[in-house]
Design a protein around this ligand. Structure first.
Ligand SMILES: [Zn+2]
Length: 150
């Protein structure tokens, strides 16, 4: 594998270079073409969380071989490298912080809710909020008063 140029997104965006190249890994393609056995074992051991101890040991061996093998491949086989046009997003706005009157946490001003005439954070207001976790974005709602009394 040839060394890919390292880049600093901010600097490259200022130079007008960052919006021209998209690099993505062809992971599935590289895996399936180079080791159908590893592909099948990956499905069995990792995705289905099954397989025997010897399956797991064999997958580990194949994975190591594949990892070192990929380093010898030309960039074009490992990556999709495309020229694209992307608008560079503006810097995020900076908002004032307000102290939650219940828990004392600093809250970004647009996120503040009013409860009994006092500023509170979203969880202390017992309002729904979005949470990003390993399985995606979900809507959460906590009632801190219930937790305190539990
Ligand atoms: Zn709070």
């Amino acid at each position: 594998m040839q060394a890919l140029p390292s880049y600093n997104p901010k600097t490259e965006a200022k130079k007008g270079i960052w919006d021209r190249i998209r690099i993505s890994v062809r992971a599935e393609r590289v895996l399936e073409e180079r080791s159908p056995e590893a592909t099948q074992l990956f499905e069995k051991v990792v995705i289905e969380r099954g397989g025997s101890e010897s399956d797991k040991k064999r997958l580990s061996e194949l994975w190591t071989e594949l990892s070192f093998g990929v380093l010898e491949l030309p960039n074009e086989e490992v990556f999709d490298i495309k020229r694209v046009a992307v608008d560079v997003p503006a810097y995020a706005r900076i908002f004032e912080s307000v102290k939650c009157s219940v828990c004392g946490e600093d809250v970004m001003e647009p996120r503040v809710r009013m409860k009994d005439g006092k500023p509170v954070c979203i969880p202390c207001a017992s309002q729904e909020y979005y949470q990003l976790a390993g399985d995606g974005i979900s809507i959460k709602q906590e009632d801190f008063d219930e937790k305190k009394n539990a």
